[in-house]
Design a protein around this ligand. Sequence first.
Ligand SMILES: NC(=O)CC[C@H](N)C(=O)O
Length: 308
Amino acid sequence: MTCQTSDELQSIINEVHSLAEEGKVADYIPALAKANKQDLAVTIYKSNNECLYAGSYTKKFTLQSISKVLVLALALQDRGIDYVFKRVGMEPTGDPFNSISKLETSIPSKPLNPMINAGALAVTNMIKGESLHEKWARILNFVQCLSKKNLTYDIEVANSELETAWLNRSLCYFMKQHQVITGDVEELMMLYTKQCAIEMDCFDLARIGAVFALNGMDPETGERLLPIQIARICKTFMVTCGMYNASGEFAIKVGIPAKSGVSGGILAVVPDQYGIGVFGPSLDEKGNSIAGIKLLEELAKRFDFSIF
Ligand SMILES: NC(=O)CC[C@H](N)C(=O)O
């Protein structure tokens, strides 16, 4: 599949690019601070297997929170819907993605949804495998299957997070106390930081988006990669919780399922039509790509993307 440059996409990038100046790259994971704030890229992968791109589209970035929606899809296949939602809820929190507060006040004590860090850690803990190595191989293989690409992870980013993720460890120990997770917390942290550090570019992200847009079908081969019901659950979480505590505003202004990560990536889905990959590491105060969101807003206006 060849992807073509698009003047129209480039003109939208030119329009919104200056916003990058107003944001900041994430630095609580020290290795992410090396990102170039000026980067901005978009790829649109159409369901008829055509593709358009603009901007710094060859730049690779780590998935970070975008991995949460992919690992959820695998956990749902591994364990089934009842098992997963016995341990993780389905409701948005309105809190920042790394917040610990609702873990203590929710009854029963389980994370409110799989898109916040606590919920994602609990979901990663559900991935089947005899060893850490096998679980990691299954996650990577699954993401490769969706992207049809050999992928690796950024060791420096993974280690940088592993060395500094005290809050995520706290979430894990709290959940272990309440039997939401089982097993060794350090092993879980190793698995989670690796999944967050899987590297790809906007094209790969857009292709994965196209699989979700087609309710689990491969856009090239028509092969079923995900059960319809699981693709739907993932897209619903993307709408209700995918942009952290800015999901409501995003639903009003853009109106499509999307999941962002603190490296500046956004995976977006126009149901039945397109998968979209955006990269812009300059973030707003909630941790979403500041220019990336504006870019999606402009696209949604021009092409009437909103599902509502
Ligand atoms: N919002 C994010 O992208 C957060 C992911 C990051 N790895 C963390 O757990 O903090």
